[in-house]
Design a protein around this ligand. Sequence first.
Ligand SMILES: Cc1cc2nc3c(=O)[nH]c(=O)nc-3n(C[C@H](O)[C@H](O)[C@H](O)COP(=O)(O)OP(=O)(O)OC[C@H]3O[C@@H](n4cnc5c(N)ncnc54)[C@H](O)[C@@H]3O)c2cc1C
Length: 380
Amino acid sequence: MKVIVIGGGIIGCLTACFLKQRGADVVVLERGKTGQEASWAGAGILCPIHPWLYPDAFSHLMDASLALYPDLQATLMEETGIDPEWLQSGLMIPLFDDDVIHHRDDALAWSKKFDWHVDILDAQAAKQQEPCLNSAHLDGALLWKDVAQIRNPRLLQAVRVWMKKLAIEIHEHDEVSSLIESSTGKVCGVKNSQGMAYYGDAVLLAGGSWTGELAKNMGFSLPVQPVKGQMLLLKGQPNLVRHIIKHDDAYFVPRKDGRILVGASMEFVGFERGNTANIMQHLKDSIQKLTPSLAGLDIEHQWMGFRPGTPDGLPFLGAITEKEGLWVASGHYRNGVGLAPITAQVMSQYMLGETPDVDLTAFDAQRSMPEHSAIGFPDI
Ligand SMILES: Cc1cc2nc3c(=O)[nH]c(=O)nc-3n(C[C@H](O)[C@H](O)[C@H](O)COP(=O)(O)OP(=O)(O)OC[C@H]3O[C@@H](n4cnc5c(N)ncnc54)[C@H](O)[C@@H]3O)c2cc1C
C-alpha cells in the first residue's frame, strides 16, 4: 500500500512514520519545509487547554495520546540522538481573587472524572512552589504535577531525522493543488502546482490550517480555518519559572535551558502573518501583572503561527466518504502536539484496515457542527 501525505507538520510527519512502521510506502509532500508552521510555533504544552469545555471523547483521545509520549521520546532519542525535551514540569493554574471561580470547580470536577492528580494550594503554598507569581491578590493555585511539555522545534527536528531513517520519501517546496481520481471516482494520487503527478493507493490530508482551502480546491467542504497565535520568548535562567503557568491572560512555559515562552493570542484574522504591537504589548502587560519579577528579562524572540481551528474545537480524523481513498487528519486546533501520537497511531491503523485503538465517531469528518461552541472557531 502506498500512501501520499499532504502536509509536513507534526500530524503529517508522525503519521507517515507510523504508517511506514506498519508496512506502508509513504511519500510526504510539503509546500514549504517540514515542521515550520503551527507545529514549530506552538508552546508544546502536553495537556488539553480547558478540557472541561470539550466532550469526554476528546479527553479520552488526549489521555491515550499522552500515554504514548514517553515511548515516543525514547524512540526519537534512540533513533535520532535528538532530545525533544519531553519534560514533566507540571502545570499550575494560579487563582487570583478577581478570577472567575467556575474554572476552579470545573477543573477539579474534570480532574476527578479523568483521574488526573491535582493539588489544591493556598496562596502561601502557591508562592512557595512558584516564587515568580505576583503575591498581590493571589488566592491559591491548582497544580497538576504530572503534566509534561515538549520543545516543538526539537520534536520536529527529531521526527524529520526519523522519517529519513525510515526511508520515507519527503518532497519539500512541493505544493499539492489537486486530486487525481480514477474513472470510477477513486482517489489515486495528487498533482502539485507544477502539474506533476504522484500516484498512490490512499491520500491523507494533513495540511493544518490550510486544509479547509485544500478541501475546497478538491471539490468538497471541510471547515478548518486558521486561528492565529502570537508568542514571545524571554531569556531567563533555569528555575526562574518552575512549572507551566496557565492563566486566562497568558501562559508561561519554562524550557530546560531557562528560556521562558509567553503566549499566546487567539486571533481570527485569516492568514495574516507577522507579530503586532498590540498583542506584544498585551503579553508584556500580562508578564507585569502575573509574574512581575520576569518583567525585566530580555525578549529574545517573537513569532506567530496558525492553529487549525474547527467549529467544535475537535479534529477531523477519518475517511472523506464522498472521495473514496481520501483521508483526513487535521483541525487539531490548540491541541495538535498533544494529540499527535494518537493521531498517528489511529490513522495508520484505520488507513491500513485495522480497527483503531480509540473510537473515532466523535471525530468523523462528516459530523454535523454546532451553531455555537465555547471552544471552536466562531465564524464558520
Ligand atoms: C501559538 C501556538 C501555540 C500552540 N500551543 C500548543 C500547545 O501548547 N500544545 C499543543 O498540543 N498544541 C499547541 N498548538 C497547536 C498545534 O501547534 C497544532 O494543532 C499542530 O501543530 C497542528 O499540526 P499540523 O501538522 O496539523 O499543522 P502544521 O504544523 O501547520 O502543518 C501543516 C503543513 O501542511 C503544509 N501544507 C499546507 N497546504 C499544503 C499543500 N497544498 N501542499 C503541501 N503542503 C501543504 C503546510 O505548509 C504545513 O507545513 C499551538 C499552536 C500555535 C500556533
